[in-house]
Design a protein around this ligand. Structure first.
Ligand code: NOJ
Length: 673
């Protein structure tokens, strides 16, 4: 058994009790200072290179039992330093360094409630959380969180509104801090995360980490500060006059509030603060968790040539699944998803997760899966009935495991889900608990989870690496049926810097047929090469190639890139990019010397210049370049592409033009002499 390991480069050093209420990053550039006001109010400031980045901003929680915004006195402080490294089970890189200084502020409230605040300051940002140690007070009913961020300079945030259903919206940029106080807009309440472009050209990413038993945070602007709005518990009538947000039992720790602060976009994308703030892996035997590429009986339903429910165009038939599985086996694709295999799709009221339709022979398919070496990805659409699903998890997962199924895509299509606590926001505390229980239970049966309609990821995959990917994005499916014509080209050039910084995304790239039989005016705003570029730019260890086998065979030479590209990496580098304009990633396949590069652009054509200095010096590689044709563009010439091959070394540079809505992909394989 191999779980995550830690190499301690430096021993965790306890610096001891101190009255200095500040803590700096290991390189000394960032400094967080805790503030205790005269009335016992609590707050903090952040400086970088001696300049204030976050001005004095409030901290604290409001509880029905007692307001915890002021009335505190200091009991003690503890500081320590950690510089360690841990190995990921899968990820954008193998080794993650966790280098931070920690400060624990121990407080006692005038009511006798004990509350501590733990800060961790890294070279590229910081996190803090509230801790309630063991004490005589056993429960608290949280009604608000006062955590704020008063940025000292102009700031614009890429964001989506907090009520965006399933987070499936187009991100846009709004002012959250004007050049002067008067200019501050009271923007909508926003979903966490937000990505900030500061006036001085630096970047910020505000999110949370380790959300396991608390409502998801949202953010809004008031009087020049970004403030926290916790997703409410939906039971307003039980607590007239105010919203309850969370029920907590001591000892308890809230999720981490975190802000990445970097001078370059490259550094922001490379930040691993969120993962470092999550707990190490809790699954002992992780040998069964493996990144996979998969195809699926899926796109056909979205373009309406197939149906989920049984009938003349039923997608998930034994015959169709066998066709997909044989295709996958021939083309080196690890697994095939089938949606609509089980009863319940007629009315979406009572999905039965263990009873197949008559035209689905699970025993035959599970034997075929073994003999072909192609896994089946199960599908459990709950229609938002999380409570019934949760009640039967053991039974459902045993059924899947017995049929050799080790990955399940879950679904919660309903803006309000029914949890064990009644009708709730999926990102309220009750929904958050449900999703965590699903991951824990799935691990028991060696099942990986691809969660659709999830709560926004917060790095839980470090603790539960069977949570391999999640939706929570306006994904490819919108390009099949969205009446607005499909997502604009810009959309995919925003996601790597926003949603995907929160965690792996099941966007489902790889459309190879752009004509839309459902809504002719809707299409994927992309060239075929842009679709290839997504396989490198969008990180997901369970990566879907979403189109139909016959569409792939129309461009078999381009499909070869999808066959070859891995979905688990040794190293990842953002080569170049600009939020909402373009993105170029280079990634090294895990355990290999091979590199893959992907580029995508918005509606503007651009030249990509990629120095190959990431390659090992002195080695020669075969470069296979998949690029837009000279006359390509997403609107009328999506299929125009060229494939070129040549030998290169680390001294070479790839120069390639990405067409409007276009992109490129490159494979670099070391030549063994
Ligand atoms: C929405 C999901 O995003 C999609 O992938 C799935 O096909 C449908 N729900 C049905 O479960």
């Amino acid at each position: 058994m191999k779980a995550y390991f830690s190499i301690f480069l430096f021993a965790v050093l306890l610096i001891g009790c101190s009255r200095d209420l500040s803590v700096s990053s290991p390189d000394g550039s960032l400094r967080a200072s805790f503030e205790l006001q005269e009335d016992g109010g609590i707050g903090y400031t952040i400086e970088r290179d001696g300049m204030t980045i976050i001005e004095s901003s409030p901290l604290g929680l409001m509880a029905e039992e007692v307001p915890l915004g002021n009335g505190f006195h200091l009991i003690g402080t503890k500081k320590s330093h950690t510089n360690s490294a841990w190995e990921t089970i899968w990820g954008e890189e193998r080794i993650i360094v966790d280098n931070h200084n920690r400060m624990l502020i121990e407080l006692e409230h005038e009511s006798g409630v004990k509350m501590n605040i733990e800060f961790k300051v890294f070279n590229d940002g910081f996190g803090f959380r509230y801790l309630f140690p063991e004490q005589s007070l056993k429960t608290l009913t949280i009604t608000d969180e006062l955590t704020s961020y008063r940025f000292s300079q102009a700031a614009e945030a890429w964001s989506i509104p907090w009520r965006t259903e399933y987070y499936e919206g187009l991100w846009s940029k709004r002012i959250i801090r004007g050049a002067s106080d008067e200019e501050v807009s009271s923007a909508d309440t926003l979903c966490s995360p937000i990505t900030i472009e500061f006036g001085d050209g630096t970047y910020g990413f505000v999110h949370e980490a380790a959300l396991t038993d608390y409502p998801a945070q949202n953010l809004y602007v008031r009087e020049g500060a970004l403030r926290t709005y916790l997703t409410p518990w939906r039971q307003e009538d039980v607590h007239p006059g105010h919203e309850v947000k969370a029920y907590i039992e001591t000892p308890f720790s809230t999720p981490w509030r975190m802000v990445v602060l970097t001078k370059t976009l490259q550094d922001m994308v490379a930040s691993r603060i969120m993962l470092n703030l999550n707990e190490p892996c809790k699954i002992e035997d992780t040998s069964w968790i493996r990144p996979m590429k998969f195809m699926g009986i899926w796109w056909g339903m979205h373009i309406k040539t197939m149906t989920w429910e049984q009938g003349p165009r039923h997608g998930a038939t034994t015959e169709n699944m066998e066709r997909y599985m044989r295709f996958a086996a021939e083309h080196g694709i690890d697994a095939v998803l089938a949606e609509g295999w089980n009863k319940g799709w007629e009315d979406w009221k009572h999905f039965d997760f263990t009873t197949p339709y008559d035209d689905w022979d699970i025993d035959y398919l599970s034997r075929l899966s073994k003999s072909l070496g192609v896994e089946i990805v199960g599908h459990n659409e709950t229609g938002g009935n999380a409570a019934d699903y949760e009640a039967e998890l053991d039974y459902i997962y045993r059924y899947h495991a017995d049929h050799g199924i080790h990955a399940i895509k879950t679904g919660y299509v309903a803006p309000i889900i029914r949890t064990m606590d009644g009708l709730q926001w999926n990102k309220g505390q009750s929904g958050v608990r449900h999703y965590r229980k699903v991951i824990e239970k799935a691990a028991k049966y060696h099942i990986m989870i691809d969660n659709h309609e999830p709560v926004m990821p917060t790095g839980l995959q470090r603790t539960y690496p069977n949570l391999v990917t999640q939706e929570g994005v306006r994904g490819q499916e919108w390009n099949a049926w969205s009446e607005d014509g499909g997502s604009p080209c810009e959309h995919v050039t925003v996601l790597p810097y926003t949603r995907i910084l929160a965690g792996p995304v099941d966007y489902t790239p790889g459309v190879f047929k752009f004509e839309n039989p459902v809504i002719p005016t809707t299409r994927v705003h992309s060239t075929l090469m842009n679709q290839l570029g997504l396989f490198v730019c969008f990180y997901s260890p369970l990566q879907m190639a979403c189109d139909l086998p016959e569409h792939y065979m129309e461009h078999a030479d381009a499909f070869k890139f999808i066959e070859d590209v891995p979905c688990d990496w040794e190293k990842s580098i953002l080569v170049d990019g600009a939020i909402g304009d373009f993105c170029i990633f280079a990634r090294q396949g895990r355990g290999t010397s091979d590199w893959y590069i992907g580029g995508i652009t918005d509606e503007e054509a651009r030249k990509a210049v990629v120095p190959l200095n990431m390659l090992e010096k002195g080695k020669t590689y075969t470069l296979t370049l998949y690029r837009d044709g000279e006359d390509a563009d997403w609107e009328s010439r999506s299929y125009a592409y060229k494939i070129e091959e040549k030998e290169v070394t680390s001294a070479d540079t790839i120069q390639v033009v990405m067409a409007k809505g276009g992109g490129f992909a490159a494979k670099l394989i070391e030549i063994a002499y």
